[in-house]
Design a protein around this ligand. Structure first.
Ligand code: ZN
Length: 305
């Protein structure tokens, strides 16, 4: 009898693992986005007071979630020069969850936006308070579900001025570059009428495809692979956000984002446009991908060689 009980317990156990569903705190997720996209953040332009306010909020949330800082500090400063702007003290915010291995997955989302133009605040809700909100949700998830790999969470500055925060991160990485196996970048996750989220990068790194195909479907967000082939011209998103800096250094990436919409880089990119059903499911798809990649990254890379 005992044996039979044990076996059925094992079966139930493994079923529970494979059917695991990502649960996230939707209220917290939306709150994080709403705070970062508030007028008081003044569009979060690199070097501005509003940008510093966003840093303070993200730092507070990193602490609450329980991310570890490298060398005692989440803030990594760098000099930013780009598009006619010099910011002496631009700031990436970096924290991590140690894994069983030194090999790392770097999860990125830029928190800067374009600031105030002609007296109008560009709140950058979708671009990219939404990515930072999802990054914080992912950090909370993996604090409760210990990863195998070290997970590094980087809220990056200076994306809008030429992917500068990602470049600074890689110029002065918190772990040796050769230990970084993957970048998961999020930029614009919350606005899409069709409920479609794209995952881009498989064209360059085919071994990532089976991992993306393992993500459990969500009712409100559909995952589509693409936007990564050179012949697509401007619809090839390979160089359009921070993941490009990783790609340039031959570090595999998956970029998650939605297609451009009427509020993209407009003062109307406000919290009111967030699709509150789609966005939490989009964030959950990304978290599920990180979960799968954490478990199967090396095996998939070895199989596809
Ligand atoms: Zn962006």
């Amino acid at each position: 009898m005992k044996k039979i009980v044990l076996i059925s317990a094992l079966v139930v156990g493994s079923f529970a693992v494979s059917a695991q569903e990502i649960k996230l705190d939707k209220k917290q997720l939306l709150h994080d986005v709403q705070v970062l996209a508030a007028d008081s953040m003044e569009g979060r332009l690199s070097g501005s007071e509003g940008n510093a306010k966003a840093q303070a909020y993200i730092e507070k949330r990193f602490k609450q979630v329980g991310l570890k800082p490298f060398k005692g500090n989440y803030k990594h400063h760098f000099k930013l020069e780009g598009r006619g702007v010099v910011v002496d003290k631009a700031t990436n915010l970096i924290g991590y969850i140690p894994g069983k291995s030194d090999k790392a997955i770097v999860i990125t989302a830029h928190y800067d936006h374009v600031g105030v133009r002609d007296g109008k605040i560009f709140n950058g809700t979708d671009d990219n308070a939404s990515g930072v909100g999802a990054l914080l949700a992912a950090a909370s998830y993996f604090k409760k579900h210990k990863p195998d790999h070290t997970l590094i969470f980087a809220a990056l500055d200076g994306e809008e001025l030429g992917l500068k925060g990602a470049n600074a991160f890689l110029e002065n990485p918190p772990v040796p570059l050769e230990n970084i196996l993957l970048n998961v970048n999020m930029d614009m996750l919350s606005v899409n009428e069709k409920g479609e989220l794209y995952a881009s990068g498989v064209y360059h790194y085919p071994f990532l495809k089976p991992l993306l195909q393992e993500i459990k479907p969500r009712p409100e967000a559909k995952l589509i692979l693409g936007h990564d082939k050179p012949e697509q011209g401007h619809d090839d998103w390979t160089n359009q956000s921070d993941h490009y800096q990783f790609h340039k250094r031959k570090i595999p990436f998956v970029y998650f984002g939605v297609e451009d919409h009427p509020h993209y880089h407009k003062p109307s990119d406000d919290f009111v446009n967030v699709n509150q059903k789609f966005y939490p499911d989009a964030a959950a798809l990304v978290i599920d991908f990180i979960r799968v990649a954490d478990q199967k990254l090396e095996a998939s890379a070895a199989n596809t060689k």
